[in-house]
Design a protein around this ligand. Structure first.
Ligand code: KG4
Ligand code: ZN
Length: 339
């Protein structure tokens, strides 16, 4: 049995969780800073670090208390060491190192994207490899092939904006607020996705890379042009058209990866995996092709520490520990067995 405390502070959520054997989530405390950053229209790194510092001890305490667990019972402490905001990451890494040292338990460093992927293993520990994972968050849009636990190969990625970033920017242009993804998702539900034609970037034949900056600019230009001409724009139609353009490309490229690497299972991960159209479209496509599709419940799609604890469990089984020289690495890449 392995009882793991995990800490996640890579961006604007201060989170701590206690998970047993990578499946039993005894607690998953997420203290969101959304209200603090909202007035700036995005995450302000310095403010985020300061907030994490204020919150971290209380969030860890709450995670232990609501799990009914004492520090002395823990088998390991895990933490996101990158990618993310360096000042934000450092708060979690320092806290985890202190706990590891004081309690003399192993320290496990987790790549944030690996955490997002493992949100799927919390409820499905027996997933069969090879898997194709579409990791779509505020900072990343990656297609990853996994041939075993800890075995990752990024086979496609965005060449400019991440999908979540495009959602957030379009939401800001439409005056919807922050974070934009869930707001665009909701507004799009009442719009007509074919009312406004928007471009889809497929890049070269067979390419598994993405590009969303052209689509984002097309939405912004469409709005500006309409305003200059004094024409009314239906924001729901624009949101629906934009969302459909993003989702079409995400689904098509994921299916292309499935074909290229002969996988039978597809995972969705990261904040944008909460998007209802993406889930629905992937579900339909997977059903047609007899693929197994897995995605986490909404709260486990966005940043949380339970997914970090789950990823850490598999590193724990492999004895893959870090020492106290562990540092935050803002640009950490997802590579084989490495963190
Ligand atoms: O994974 P995440 O919580 O943080 C990062 O690691 O970046 O992802 C946050 C991103 C934001 O860009 C947010 O707008 C987007 O996920 N997001 C969504 C939805 N919920 C969150 N995008 C589209 N539809 C949603 N329902
Ligand atoms: Zn994330």
């Amino acid at each position: 049995m392995a009882l793991i405390l995990a800490i996640e502070t890579s961006c604007d959520e201060t989170s701590a969780a206690v998970v047993r054997d990578g499946v039993d989530v005894l607690s998953n405390i997420i203290s969101s800073q959304i209200d603090v950053h909202k007035k700036f229209g995005g995450v302000v790194p310095e403010v985020a670090s300061r907030k994490h510092l204020e919150l971290i001890n209380g969030v860890i305490r709450e995670a232990l208390d609501s799990a009914g667990v004492d520090f002395g019972w823990l088998d390991a402490v895990a933490v996101t060491s990158g990618p993310g905001l360096v000042g934000a990451l450092l708060v979690g890494v320092s806290a985890a190192k202190a706990i590891s040292y004081a309690r003399d338990i192993p320290l496990i460093a987790i790549n944030h994207l690996e955490g997002h992927i493992y949100a799927n293993f919390l409820a499905n520990p027996g997933l069969e490899f090879p898997l194709i994972c579409l990791v779509v968050s505020g900072g990343h849009t990656d297609l990853v092939i996994m041939k075993g636990h800890g075995n990752y190969r990024v086979v496609g990625r965005t060449r400019d904006d991440a999908a979540g970033e495009a959602f957030d920017k379009v939401a800001r242009t439409l005056g919807l607020g922050y974070p934009g993804g869930p707001l665009v998702d909701r507004l799009a539900a009442v719009g007509n996705p074919s009312a406004i034609p928007l471009p889809r970037a497929y890049l070269e034949e067979g390419s598994l890379d993405f590009s969303f900056s052209g689509l984002k600019s097309a939405v912004i230009n469409y709005l500006h042009r309409a305003r200059l001409k004094g024409e009314e724009v239906n924001p729901a139609d624009l949101a629906a058209g934009f969302q459909k353009a993003v989702v079409d490309v995400l689904v098509d490229k994921t299916l292309e990866a499935v074909e290229q690497f002969r996988a039978r299972t597809v995972l969705l991960a990261g904040g944008v995996a909460a998007n209802r159209l993406l889930r629905e479209s992937m579900r339909e496509a997977a059903k047609k092709r007899g693929l197994r599709l897995v995605y986490p419940p909404g709260v486990l799609c966005t940043d949380n520490a339970a997914m970090i604890a789950c990823a850490a469990y598999y590193r724990y089984l492999r004895g893959d520990f870090s020492d106290l020289a562990l540092n935050a690495v803002p640009g950490l890449e997802l590579v084989n067995g490495n963190n």
